[in-house]
Design a protein. Structure first.
Length: 358
């Protein structure tokens, strides 16, 4: 495995050959596994993971089962994806078939925007646990730094972005909830044993710094959009300095956003000639090179895939390495192009301007 950009904690643990004292059962072999990244708390996060956004509910159980059979152990979920019950069905079937145990899996989910008020945080987490069929999450994240008015479960679940979809001109309904209050309620989930770890998504460095300055339990991970057209070098460097793992969503770039009108066809990373050139040298696909680049930077990519061939391809990234020169060439592709930006899609799709980035 290449070592470009690895978290120093990860390197030290690998070289020492000794798992941290608070490591969970089974951690003794993690330092020998290139498909596991060790986190600041001693936990081991399988990498890459499988993103479940935009996988329709009717096929999710089969996709999850197939992924586990192929070797996936990390699944990234969210209330807002609207398929957690189906993900849970796939997990349950895989465990019943003897493909894995619960202890083999890493399941992440996320707190939706309508549940930021502290009194709603636990209920939201418990609903996710019920839908997934789990007693505890490995990681629970705050999905966006956007607080929206509460929508009761019985009224609509998942509530999505609009407050009243049936209104003549439906909009979001932002409310004032300090992020630190939401984070305090997240800490209570960990203390109560509902989640093993908590983390954040889509923050700026300044907001992440505020969380670190005021928290009692530090975020163990930060999930952000990250790919060669949006390298986020400063954010990555800051998180590594703070021993915060970085999970990279949309690691293959524009493709998930084309059908939503949030990207153009000429923005496809998978068609980039520089990426294609590097892939040809290694006899790999562009997707594998993009994921290998992500891993060598010390991040945990969570590509979405539905076909068996792509699932298998995306997992096969630990038996080759990119050179420093190839890493630099891919770094240089940065366009600062963010496809998933509420400041853009919020107004176009939901009639509400909700910027979270400067």
């Amino acid at each position: 495995m290449g070592d470009s950009g690895w978290d120093p904690l990860f390197i030290v643990l690998l070289e020492s050959g000794v798992p941290p004292s608070n490591a969970p059962a089974g951690m003794s072999d993690l330092n020998d596994d290139p498909g596991v990244q060790l986190l600041a708390d001693g936990g081991g996060c399988p990498s890459p993971g499988l993103g479940t956004w935009k996988i329709s509910g009717d096929i999710v159980p089969g996709v999850v089962h197939t992924a586990i059979a192929l070797g996936y152990r990390h699944f990234d979920c969210a209330c807002d994806y609207g398929n957690e019950e189906e993900v849970g069905a796939g997990l349950r079937r895989a465990m019943e078939d003897g493909l894995c145990t619960r202890e083999d899996l890493w399941i992440t989910s996320k707190l939706w925007n309508t549940y930021h008020e502290p009194e709603h945080v636990r209920a939201a987490c418990e609903r996710t646990l019920r839908d997934l069929g789990l007693d505890e999450l490995d990681l629970y994240l705050v999905h966006f730094p956007i607080a929206l008015a509460f929508v009761p479960f019985e009224q609509r679940y998942p509530p999505e972005w609009l407050f009243d979809p049936a209104a003549g001109e439906p909009t979001m309904k932002p409310i004032a909830v300090p992020y630190t209050e939401t984070w305090g309620a997240m800490e209570e989930l960990q203390r109560a044993g509902l989640v093993k770890r908590i983390g954040v998504c889509n923050l700026t460095v300044s907001l992440l710094r505020e969380v670190l300055a005021s928290c009692s339990i530090r975020p163990v991970a930060h999930q952000i959009e990250l790919h060669p057209y949006l390298t986020q070098s400063r954010m990555l460097r800051y998180c590594q300095a703070e021993d915060i793992a970085v999970t990279a969503f949309s690691p293959l770039g524009a493709d998930s956003y084309l059908s939503l009108g949030m990207a153009e066809s000429d923005e496809r990373l998978l068609a980039d000639p520089v990426m294609a050139g590097v892939a040809a040298v290694h006899g790999r696909s562009v997707a594998q090179v993009a994921l290998r680049w992500a891993v060598q930077r010390g991040t945990i990519p969570i590509p979405k895939s539905q076909s068996r061939s792509h699932l298998q391809e995306n997992l096969a990234i630990h038996d080759f390495a990119l050179s420093d020169e190839e890493m630099a060439r891919i770094d240089a592709l940065d366009r600062h192009r963010r496809f998933n930006d509420p400041g853009e899609f919020g107004e176009k799709a939901f009639n509400t301007f909700v910027p979270i980035y400067d």
